[in-house]
Design a protein around this ligand. Sequence first.
Ligand SMILES: [Zn+2]
Length: 367
Amino acid sequence: MERIALVLVLLFFGIGPSTQLFSQEVEKTIEIRGVYGNPKPLWEKGHNLKSLGVNSIFVHSGALTREMINRAKAEGALVFAEFATLNGKNYVDEHPEAWAINEKGEKVKAATWFMGVCPTDVGFRNYRMNQLRQLLIAFDLDGVWMDYVHWHAQFEDPEPILPETCFSDSCLITFSEDFGIQLPEGTAAKKAQWILENKEKEWREWRCQVIASWAKEIKGILAEMRPNALLGLYHCPWTDAEFNQARRRILGLDYDLLKQTVDVFSPMVYHGRMERKPTWVAENVAWLCDRLTIENDTSPKVWPIVQAHNDPHIISAKEFSTVLKGGLTYPSSGVMMFTTNAVAEDSQKIKVMRNLYRSIDSVQSSN
Ligand SMILES: [Zn+2]
């Protein structure tokens, strides 16, 4: 049995002479065989998580119910909540002071479906942290995955939207105070121009610190209320150089800062949405793991989220297989896919997921 399972793993990973090493790594390191989304579509088709080899569910915090959690746990799964962090949709309509401001001093427009909020708005920050506390009181979670942790932008489209923000009063004052920089008198547009011309390096650095401070505060709340829960981050998967370094420069994601706080990085390697090849997933995951220098127990983990969802084109079962395996490129120790529904509605995708997850499970169980 052990031998059959091992052969299965080798077959699924489709590799040759170095299989011995890889299979041992698989046995040792893959912790998470996850799905993203409400498991309901899978349950409605008569599946149960254990028989699919799934051992973790990642669910939007607003969709969680006690009933769902009880069933998932009964089927042997860990439960992680996705927590929308800096998405200001709806909030900014009622709280215009929290609207992100661009370099012209104007309110930004929604970036396709994403509406970023001013990350230094105190009212918004309190509102979100309260939501987090309520979530942790309501449910016994194994972890919280922060989503939308970046300055206003849209990175999930092939042509990303990457505006300069945020030049609200709150941000200008905080930047000036935090870095001891005297800003010129005048309009937000004038100050923005002056900053980008004279203090660009400091501005970019400060913006990264603001984003990291959100992760730190959330981690502090977890430590206080659910000390064993993990803090995860769904994030833009771009390398340091892509789009003229826009991941750090515009989104404000500095891995060196974030890895001090975040337990698990989940790059959103949506190859279809971003018009990349399926093989890009493995390349990107290898790059990220190397970038985060995952080499010992104190380094963050990497559990990517891959695309099963048919948007903007049909993701074939073969493609799905490539990206799911790519997400487990060593030393990644877990994977999940967007979404449960996309897998549930396609029997071939179910097969791909079940075969891979169960074969890994078998190898680990036989140890
Ligand atoms: Zn602002």
